[in-house]
Design a protein. Structure first.
Length: 361
């Protein structure tokens, strides 16, 4: 049995480094995730600690299947009661590659029937309740080898507890944390976000600096599993809370809009880092060249009119001083035409929009 940890495609290296710090044994990886050996304690730790991961899946069965009858029998014999209570709704997703079973829709239907076959009328009554939390199942069939995974995280781990208010097209929290990790910024070095929006980048940087585990204030699907160890889970959380520390950090964010700054402050307050970040209402065109880490998610695509693109990126390029480091995201053709010889460029997908990540080290 193994764990499947998923992430955004370009963040796999950052995730691997994070899991190594947690003493997880990675035995296989791919472009958008990796497999690790597991103990139940690892499920708790990864969900609580990971700043990069999307979801943590627990494998509950593996077998060669070449037709739907074999698939049905295999799934039906898995002890569903360990992971799926009668009050759980079930959602099923599939990943099929080079197998004799090749229909995603039919696979979902067969697996759903196999899971629910032994339910009583009373169980069906509970399952029909729209207020109950769903358990998601991932069916992966690769070269006829079928693995059944249960999502231990519930909703994606990028959903932190602090971001109740957002600007337009906000950057996902785990993407923001990935930017901080990938540009090589150390938590004691100065960091600037000249266009803060909902403040996600600076908040994630401050949480890294203060060693605040991102999962401390949320619930997880594994808490409903039959073998969930509440005492062990509480012990891990208590240890993480004891490791939060204070320091004088140099994290600054600017924005020209006072309403946006107020929104970002509210998010920072909920995250417990309001006293860690310096807020200023400033226009990027008024900034001097910087020699610190500059990390930002500037407006692009639908968020920016074409006639404003040139001016914004000219100012962004200008403030990157000779010794500055950091990164930013853009889908702008104007940015692509610039001469950025000292930047690494990676393609990625942000909120279903193809963009480029510029990393300056």
């Amino acid at each position: 049995m193994k764990l499947l940890i998923t992430c955004f495609q370009w963040t796999a290296v950052a995730l691997a480094n994070e899991l190594k710090i947690l003493w997880c044994q990675i035995f296989d990886n791919f472009s958008s995730g990796m497999y690790v050996n597991w103990k139940m304690e690892d499920v708790y730790k990864i969900n609580l600690n990971s700043r990069i991961a999307n979801k943590v899946y627990l494998e509950v069965g593996e077998k060669i299947v070449k037709n739907f009858d074999q698939l049905f029998e295999f799934v039906q014999n898995i002890d569903r009661k360990k992971f799926i209570r009668k009050w759980h709704k079930v959602s099923i997703s599939t990943n099929i590659f080079q197998s004799q079973i090749n229909s995603n829709k039919s696979t979902q239907s067969i697996v759903n029937k196999a899971i629910l076959k032994k339910l009583t009328w009373w169980d069906w009554h509970w399952l029909s309740d729209p207020q109950k939390e769903p358990i998601s199942i991932l069916v992966q069939i690769i070269n006829d080898k079928c693995s059944i995974f249960v999502n231990t995280s519930w909703e994606s781990l990028h959903n932190r507890w602090y971001r109740k208010e957002t600007g337009e097209a906000p950057l996902k929290e785990n993407l923001a944390a990935s930017l901080i990790r990938m540009c090589g910024r150390h938590f004691k070095t100065p960091l600037l976000d000249p266009m803060c929006w909902s403040g996600t980048i600076c908040i994630e940087a401050a949480m890294i600096a203060k060693n605040i585990a991102p999962g401390l204030q949320r619930n997880f699907a594994f808490e409903t599993f039959e073998d969930f160890d509440q005492n062990k889970f509480d012990e891990i959380k208590k240890e993480l809370e004891s490791k939060i520390f204070e320091w004088k950090y140099q994290i600054t964010w600017y924005d020209i809009d006072p309403k946006i700054l107020e929104l970002a402050k509210n998010n920072a307050k909920r995250a417990g880092v309001l006293d860690t970040i310096t807020f200023e209402q400033r226009n990027i065109k008024d900034l001097e060249r910087q020699n610190d880490y500059i990390v930002c998610n500037p407006p692009y695509g639908k968020r920016l009119k074409d006639d404003n693109i040139k001016s914004l990126y000219e100012n962004l390029i200008r403030i990157y001083g000779k010794n500055s480091k950091g990164c930013f995201i853009s889908s702008s053709e104007f940015a692509d035409r610039m001469v950025w010889y000292d930047f690494k460029i990676k393609n990625l997908n942000n909120n279903d929009e193809m963009v480029k990540l510029y990393i300056k080290k």
